[in-house]
Design a protein around this ligand. Sequence first.
Ligand code: UDP
Length: 324
Amino acid sequence: MPKILVTGGAGYIGSHTVHQLRAQDFEVIVADDLSNGHAASVPSEILHVCSLFDRAQLTSLMQTEQVDAVIHFAAFIAVGESTREPEKYFHNNTAGSISLFAAMADAGVNKLVFSSTAAVYGNPTEIPIPETAAINAVNPYGESKVMVEKVLDWLDATRGLRAIRLRYFNACGANNAAGLGERHDPETHLIPLILRAVRTGKPVTLFGDDYPTPDGTCVRDYVHVDDLASAHIAAVNHLLNGGASNVFNAGTGQGFSVKEVVTAVEKITGQSVPYIMGPRRDGDPAQLVADSSKLRQTLGWQPKFDTLESIIESAWVFEKQNLT
Ligand code: UDP
């Protein structure tokens, strides 16, 4: 079976993808600096603690292990933090990725699946958003990914690096059978924060109800992390079969407002959500909903979790099992 190097494999989406790759008999090794990831989320025998900036170590790892393709998750992900510390995002996400790509060139590995984001679209002019929509990031996190996407275009043209860029919408949910779920510290994402508010009774702050949306709160496309994992596997298979570079949105195509998420959580948990309505958060577009028809048609992707309730249910089971 092909051998895949997964960077950031101890993180949230990375660990779910590693689990699914191994279940499908891929050979997998993980490179993670454990700045945010959890060593316990991956089998210790496949974990290599390594920085994206250690080009020599990455090159030697890929050569020794005879890696066929790389899935690159390792990145900082908090939009709010990126507006306060932009250098941190351009350094780690952009420069760190370039260091990895240089190591891939040194090791002769020319297949890559890259974690991009719906944040590349900024405030989209059409909903649902096709991949052809204007690229116009409105926060440093999104821009750090736009830059990498541009670098990948050049590396395709100049070095023959074949890359699939997956622009994720809002990853959420858990794989409870595998003991995996969302464990960010600090947590900044809506669904785990709402579930935590239910469990602890401490209110969550909702960021603004004066957006131009039906109920005034932001609309997002919530996609289960295991469905994102399966999109990565479809993407890596496409490359291993000689497929060309491409870009795909990864979302369900359904949008839910922050208030609709609150209502769904109340339905699943049977408890009311304590919340405070606060001001807008910097850098938040009003609506982000994927047109994911290209991913479905080209790679045959089909999300298994097709209701918001089923996604929240999996996150709620995880939240109750992992009390901190
Ligand atoms: N959100 C919120 N309160 C929070 C965290 C998030 O109201 O404590 C809102 C946020 O403004 C956005 C949506 O929930 O409209 C999803 O935000 P999240 O940070 O989960 O993901 P993002 O869309 O930034 O990738």
